[in-house]
Design a protein. Structure first.
Length: 229
């Protein structure tokens, strides 16, 4: 019995055609795959070939949207972190009222900031890595805009409660304070032995340290008023 030979046209008709995917769908696929791979294997242990395969795209497509693995790494860290920080601002940087003292405001902000940094410690560590090994500083789409909003708000609140010219520009002070809190939380396991202090004591110590800097930056007259409150 002779076998009937399938025509080329008939064979091709059985192969399902892939639907054309939109630019946003391809981007989302790449970012999701990259986030999962970076979280699992870190920056050096992740390859763009694996990311492309997991996203069901070619490496050529991946590099069409992201110029390098570092650009992709920054995108998967900056965007989610920016969203988290914006949520933090909306929930915590509400109107504190005129009656609130600088001590109350500082303790509240630093305590909540320590909690936030602790929750997003891994993402922030990845951000530090990206900043350290990037050939150029983060600008434009990679900038954490919500972090700048946090700095601007805190500087405005601090300025409004200071009489006269402060010793240190509030815009500078809030950034130094932020880095102090960031370092204490990020490197907590290195600098605070388990038998040194309880979690609540460390949180209070960090808040008091930041408060001391804020009070010192206010000048002699403002320091006396701060002590009276």
């Amino acid at each position: 019995m002779r076998r009937r030979k399938l025509s080329t046209a008939s064979t091709h008709s059985r192969v399902p055609r892939r639907e054309r995917r939109s630019r946003s769908e391809i981007l989302n696929r790449i970012v999701r795959a990259a986030s999962a791979e970076f979280a699992r294997h870190g920056f050096t242990g992740t390859t763009t070939a694996v990311i492309a395969r997991k996203a069901d795209v070619t490496e050529a497509q991946l590099f069409r949207y992201f110029g390098s693995k570092l650009d992709l790494f920054r995108e998967t860290i900056f965007k989610p972190l920016d969203g988290h920080f914006l949520k933090f601002i909306n929930e915590n940087l509400v109107d504190v009222g005129e009656a609130a003292s600088i001590r109350e405001i500082t303790h509240r902000y630093t305590s909540e900031l320590q909690r936030f940094i602790g929750e997003h410690r891994d993402a922030l560590a990845s951000l530090v890595f990206a900043q350290t090994y990037s050939p150029a500083p983060a600008q434009g789409k990679n900038e954490i805009r919500s972090l700048n909003a946090y700095f601007d708000h805190c500087a405005a609140v601090t300025s409004a409660r200071m009489k006269g010219k402060p010793r240190i520009d509030p815009k500078l002070m809030v950034r130094v304070s932020f880095v102090s809190v960031l370092g204490c939380v990020m490197f907590k396991d290195w600098i605070f032995p388990p038998d040194l202090a309880r979690e609540a004591e460390i949180t209070a110590a960090v808040s008091n340290f930041v408060l001391g800097g804020v009070v010192a930056s206010r000048g002699p007259k403002n320091k006396q008023k701060a002590r009276k409150r």
